[in-house]
Design a binder for this molecule. Structure first.
Ligand SMILES: NC(=O)c1ccc[n+]([C@@H]2O[C@H](COP(=O)([O-])OP(=O)(O)OC[C@H]3O[C@@H](n4cnc5c(N)ncnc54)[C@H](OP(=O)(O)O)[C@@H]3O)[C@@H](O)[C@H]2O)c1
Length: 106
């Protein structure tokens, strides 16, 4: 199994630790917008893939068998690209989303 972990969040860094400890082959991906990003453990790639087609090509080249989208909830472009690329490539996609705000305490 080779997992592409779309990150840039604390949740993604936490998952990277768990995957590393479990001995899973994975690559974290960061958008590369921050000058000194907090890096997760393990292999890291930086920068956009080049849209849906670029992501599809990356998945094929790396033989990725699963994608985890752990990007920030506002990163709608990346999440949409992941849905389209995974559907077209037949690669399973898991969305790891932080919980939203609940109702205010009464
Ligand atoms: N507080 C936080 O933790 C926090 C807050 C905001 C953003 N972020 C992180 O910052 C990144 C950028 O956010 P955004 O709102 O600008 O995203 P976006 O609008 O959804 O993404 C725009 C483009 O940036 C590239 N990109 C975004 N995230 C990427 C990733 N993880 N790996 C590789 N390429 C990525 C993609 O380019 P291509 O189309 O060329 O592939 C994407 O189409 C996200 O990964 C997000 O998780 C974190």
């Amino acid at each position: 199994m080779t997992v592409l972990l779309l990150g840039g969040t604390s949740e993604a860094r936490e998952l990277a630790v768990l995957l590393d400890e479990a001995g899973v082959d994975f690559v974290s991906s960061l958008a590369g917008r921050v000058e000194r990003p907090r890096l997760p453990v393990g292999e890291v790639r930086m920068g956009g893939f080049g849209g849906v087609e670029g992501l599809r090509a990356w998945l094929a080249e790396r033989g990725a068998t699963a994608v985890v989208d752990a990007t920030h909830p506002f990163a709608e472009g990346m999440s949409a690209n992941a849905v389209a690329a995974c559907a077209a490539s037949g690669v399973p996609l898991l969305r790891l989303a932080r919980p939203g705000w609940g109702d205010a305490p009464g």
